[in-house]
Design a protein around this ligand. Structure first.
Ligand code: FNR
Length: 417
């Protein structure tokens, strides 16, 4: 309504209301390096195309004359009522797009009242993001996304911090036990984390600090220039002014922190036993992110997690992978409502979210689009992009003859190719 009203007064919206133009403008606003990392995908980009192609295979078949004058987008998720079936996907190394990106995105999500899933590779400590969200709306919904470190104590430390900062759930990302083949970054010789972006969740962690200190102690025996004092200085720089990390990277100490992060952030040996054991380590609802096979979805139900996110990581991990909406189509019947099913990857519009709901998703997460909004207009831009998606979802719901999210089922769509 607001957007149309603005139009009546001849005012243009803060961010473009279609994805193609949003993408074009965001590209102009970002550095080459930021664009490569954020917009890029794995390999030849086939999975990113598959995400869109899968959505295009389904057509909405509207129904008429159904009194859609009052509508609700509300859903229940892990004991909370949310205003819309939409979440902000976790995005790491956001500092490439904006200083303390996560604080701005947290602000945006809190204004909308939809959950923000904090990345384990966030560009601000989770406590800072949570405090900002509470400033906007006390108790605003937030989740924590975990990359399972090779260090179990670090996993426990991150989980304890997540519980303390008020997370409603933990999403364990399973598809990134190693970083995918990302030509855009490789061709630029640019590994984002190498300059310290996205390691603030770590540098603010007491266990991580301990690990680095242990390493420094043993390295210092051979290399006296690496001192514990220098590492501590680095951490305080990282906490107070992450940008300054860049200036200091030539020093051996920052390299020690970044190298430690690269060495321990993820565990390629991760398996179902680890996930089954997670129940004993946290009281939070557990959601597995990156599920694409119906058998994995069934196993997720069997090990007793609370939900899954059907996702191919926005096409950034396996090139040539199945589109997430195609995967959802097979997974939803396999799960059969026993746990929550969320989906992301390639979902750009309200109509896309509607199709996801029709194919059995309880909610959809939005990744790159909110980052583009952030790059264009800070917190307001990130908020407006997601607000626009929700507004279009509301219209699509009504115009297709539905009054609530729960009414939307497979009858609302038809496979057209
Ligand atoms: C991601 N994604 C991601 N996922 C995750 O679990 N932890 C993370 O730290 C990140 N980091 C990250 C950085 C960037 C720049 C992007 C674009 C994505 C994946 C993300 O959560 C989500 O699955 C996809 O972004 C969804 O696809 P779309 O919406 O970007 O097409």
């Amino acid at each position: 309504n607001e957007i149309y009203t603005q139009g009546i007064h001849g005012r243009t919206p803060r961010v473009p209301t279609d994805h193609a133009e949003l993408e074009r403008q965001a590209r102009r606003a970002m550095s080459k390096r930021a664009w490569a990392y954020i917009a890029g995908g794995a390999g030849e980009g086939t999975t990113m195309s598959a995400n869109r192609a899968a959505l295009d295979r389904w057509a909405i078949v509207p129904r008429v004359l159904r009194d859609v004058s009052s509508r609700s987008l509300e859903i229940e998720l892990f004991g909370r009522t949310l205003p819309a079936p939409v979440l902000f996907s976790p995005v790491g190394a956001g500092a490439l797009a904006a200083h303390e990106a996560d604080v701005h995105i947290g602000h945006a999500a809190a204004e909308l009242g939809v959950p923000y899933i904090f990345s384990n590779q966030g560009s601000a400590p989770m406590e800072r993001v949570a405090a900002e969200m509470d400033r906007v709306a006390s108790g605003a919904p937030r989740w924590f996304q975990l990359y399972w470190s090779t260090d179990d104590d670090l996993v426990d430390s991150l989980l304890a911090r997540a519980e303390k900062m008020g997370a409603d759930a933990v999403a364990v990302t399973l598809d990134t036990t190693m970083l995918g083949w990302r030509p855009q970054d490789l061709n630029l010789g640019s590994l984002p984390f190498a300059r310290g972006e996205g390691i603030d969740q770590y540098t603010s962690d007491p266990r991580f600090t301990e690990i680095v200190a242990e390493r420094v102690r043993s390295a210092a025996a051979e290399r006296p220039e690496i001192t514990l004092g220098a590492i501590k200085t680095l951490f305080s720089i990282a906490r107070n002014a992450p940008g300054k990390m860049l200036d200091n990277l030539r020093a051996p100490e920052p390299r020690a922190a970044v190298q430690t992060f690269l060495d321990i952030y993820s565990r390629p040996s991760l398996n179902w036993d680890d996930v089954a054991g997670l129940r004993d380590r946290t009281s939070l609802p557990i959601v597995l992110k990156g599920v694409l096979h119906p058998d994995d979805a069934r196993q997720a139900v069997d090990v007793g997690v609370d939900g899954i996110i059907v996702s191919n990581h926005g096409g950034r991990q396996v090139d040539g992978a199945i589109g997430s909406i195609d995967a959802l189509d097979a997974i939803a019947p396999a799960v059969d409502g026993r746990i929550k099913v969320l989906v992301d990857s390639g979902i750009h519009t309200g109509a896309d979210v509607f199709k996801a709901l029709a194919l059995g998703a309880d909610a959809a997460c939005i990744g790159r689009p909110h980052m583009y909004g952030l790059a264009l207009a800070g917190a307001d831009g990130a908020r407006d992009v997601v607000a626009n998606i929700i507004a279009e979802l509301d219209l699509t719901l009504g115009l297709s003859g539905h009054t609530s999210v729960g009414d939307v089922n497979r009858d609302a769509v038809q496979r057209v190719s």
